[in-house]
Design a protein. Structure first.
Lengths: 150, 171
């Protein structure tokens, strides 16, 4: 994939991730508060937004839960990596399954009350899946572009 | 239309999961990508074509799954709001009030934001309908669901194709 496409992908993910932290951004520019109600609806489509699972800092919270925030930041992190160095190797499907396993185990164990929900653990498991999952999305987009060029 | 029947079924399912109270609390960012992935699997079974999925087809299936989810999601959301004259916006009003009050904003901005939100709230409580709310629900559903559906389609096709490659390499 051309670096230009990777750059577009990176900026799209950057904007999406900035939206998650819009409450934090109001401290930089208070006009961001006008999009807060709208973005709350936007992110409610992709996250349950349970209050006790949001990440808080200095009174401002994220618009997605710790796990979803981890997934999106993982995607953003990998999109940045791809900008620096394009991946050459094909990723085996088992890697994605292994990356998803910690989330499945964490969700299962917290639901069954085997241990108490931890934001840090939820964030880390999301970050792992997001950063690995990006390479499958990247490969899919790459194949799509190649297919369209044919 | 028959060609995208699998996308219609999965889009309907995802749209409902995004709306129904209680079930909604289990929703996460994986619902739409999963729906798009399942629609590809369903289509394979329906057409009995278990070969590699072209990425263009995967993208279209994902996109249609997202669009159907947006259509059903928006209709159900607006219908439930119209009948019950209640929704998440009403429920989260006090929360938003608290958030805005806690943020380091000027009193003028706080007042302006709360006025906009208050007018939407009053419209919903009185008529079960608000133009601003309807517009944001439809726009949000269309954009977010179609993007997440497309992503699910592309990643789903990668998974299915990679599994086929592994099987043919194993033979």
């Amino acid at each position: 994939m051309k670096r230009g496409y990777s750059l577009i992908l990176f900026f799209l993910l950057l904007f999406w991730c900035l939206g998650i932290f819009v409450e934090w951004l109001t401290k930089i520019d208070e006009h961001f508060v006008f999009v807060l109600p709208y973005l709350q609806i936007t992110y409610s489509l992709v996250c349950h937004q349970e209050k006790n699972k949001l990440l808080f800092f200095d009174g401002a919270g994220t618009l997605t839960c710790a796990r979803c925030t981890g997934i999106y930041l993982g995607l953003l992190f990998s999109s940045l990596l791809v900008l620096v160095k394009l991946p050459k190797n094909k990723f085996h499907i088992n890697i994605l399954l292994f990356a998803a396993l910690p989330i499945i185990v964490d969700v299962l164990f917290t639901t069954l009350n085997i241990y108490i929900y931890s934001k840090l653990l939820a964030f880390s498991t999301g970050l792992l899946l997001g950063s690995i999952g990006f390479f499958y999305l990247y490969a899919g987009l790459n194949n799509l572009i190649l297919e369209l060029k044919r | 239309m028959k060609k995208y029947l699998a996308a219609l079924i999965c889009g309907f399912g995802a749209g409902v999961l995004q709306i129904v109270p209680f079930v909604k609390s289990f929703s996460c960012c994986m619902i739409l990508p999963l729906a798009a992935f399942i629609s590809l699997l369903l289509d394979q079974r329906a057409t009995r074509n278990f070969g590699k999925i072209p990425m263009k087809k995967a993208l279209l299936f994902g996109l249609f799954t997202g669009l159907f989810a947006a259509l059903f999601g928006s209709v159900f959301e607006l219908l439930i709001t119209f009948i019950t004259k209640n929704n998440d916006v009403i429920a989260s009003f006090t929360d938003l009030q608290r958030i805005v009050q806690n943020l380091p904003l000027s009193e003028e901005i706080k007042k302006e934001v709360m006025n906009i939100f208050q007018s939407v709230r009053e419209d919903i409580l009185k008529n079960g309908f608000s133009i601003l709310y309807t517009f944001s629900v439809i726009l949000n559903n269309l954009i977010v669901n179609s993007i997440f559906g497309s992503v699910g389609g592309l990643v789903g096709a990668q998974i299915i194709n990679s599994r086929l490659s592994n099987q043919s390499n194993g033979k």
